[in-house]
Design a protein around this ligand. Structure first.
Ligand SMILES: NC(=O)c1ccc[n+]([C@@H]2O[C@H](COP(=O)([O-])OP(=O)(O)OC[C@H]3O[C@@H](n4cnc5c(N)ncnc54)[C@H](OP(=O)(O)O)[C@@H]3O)[C@@H](O)[C@H]2O)c1
Length: 245
């Protein structure tokens, strides 16, 4: 494959007159073709099961990275279709994602996760290489996700928030011990357009969510208060008095 690419690169018509530049241009052309091949070969498949508010926002961020092919599955197919058209993704199904995706995002409501994981467990079991399961579901921990999925799959548990929709999210993540370095690095790369990602021990996720969830509201109150104290003293006195500001 590499030889064929270099042959093709050597045939690229370069109109530079300067020999030194011509060599550089040929080199860059060859490199560009090689990188193109690499990109095609390495394009990961990322599947989203559940493309509602949170799953949709993260799928959109992953698509913006340009690093991955994004597959979408949703109970109401029309929702996945609309999103797929908007972000340039492929509409799929839970089962196909379970069979084909390298990383599988679980974006359903907590009450649905048992059925969803039990539903895809047989397809996961048939795979030769284990996918990474990425759970945004509030509640079940890594061990529970593995138990429901029916295997010791690598899991990344994340706690995202909606500002991820505009690239301003704060996302905590914790990885299972068997989640490889390359798998984590890939996750961090294609999720970067969602905002800032922080590793956080699983047992601290509840505290982290409280701070990330309520923090912006407190920051807004402090900002408003400092900018126009007299006006807001009139508008929202009860908030300030309850906060003892
Ligand atoms: N929203 C947040 O700010 C936030 C923050 C952190 C974590 N989370 C977590 O993210 C998860 C999703 O929350 P959300 O707010 O995005 O909820 P949501 O908007 O209701 O999205 C859930 C999606 O899952 C789909 N779904 C349900 N059953 C399914 C199935 N069997 N197969 C495929 N798709 C299915 C639903 O499809 P339909 O279109 O048919 O309803 C819906 O689009 C929850 O577990 C939540 O705890 C949310």
């Amino acid at each position: 494959m590499t030889g064929a690419v270099l042959d093709k690169a050597a045939r690229v018509d370069i109109s530079f007159t300067d020999n030194k530049n011509r060599g550089g241009a040929r080199y860059r052309a060859a490199l560009g073709l090689l990188m193109g091949v690499e990109r095609t070969r390495q394009m990961m498949k990322i599947g989203f099961i559940g493309t509602g508010n949170m799953g949709g926002a993260l799928a959109s961020a992953a698509a913006r990275s340009g690093e991955v092919e994004v597959l979408l599955a949703n109970r109401t197919k029309a929702k996945a279709e609309t999103l797929a058209e908007r972000i340039g993704a492929v509409v799929s199904s839970n089962e196909i994602i379970a069979r084909e995706a390298d990383h599988i995002f679980l974006g359903v409501k907590p009450q649905m996760i048992v059925d969803v994981l039990k539903g895809i467990a047989p397809a996961l079991k048939e795979r030769k290489s284990a996918p990474v399961l990425i759970s945004m579901v509030t509640g079940p921990d890594i061990a529970r996700i593995q138990e429901l999925a029916g295997g010791d799959y690598p899991v990344i548990r994340i706690m995202p928030n909606m500002p991820a929709a505009v690239g301003e999210g704060v996302i905590f993540y914790a990885c299972s011990g068997n989640c490889g370095k390359a798998q984590q690095e890939a996750f961090l790369r294609y999720m970067a357009p969602a905002g800032k990602l922080f590793p956080l021990a699983e047992e601290l996720h509840a505290a982290g969510s409280a701070v990330a969830g309520c923090g912006p509201a407190f920051a807004a109150i402090f900002t408003i208060h400092s900018k126009s104290k007299s006006e807001n003293d009139v508008m929202i006195p009860s908030i300030f008095s309850s906060l003892h500001i």
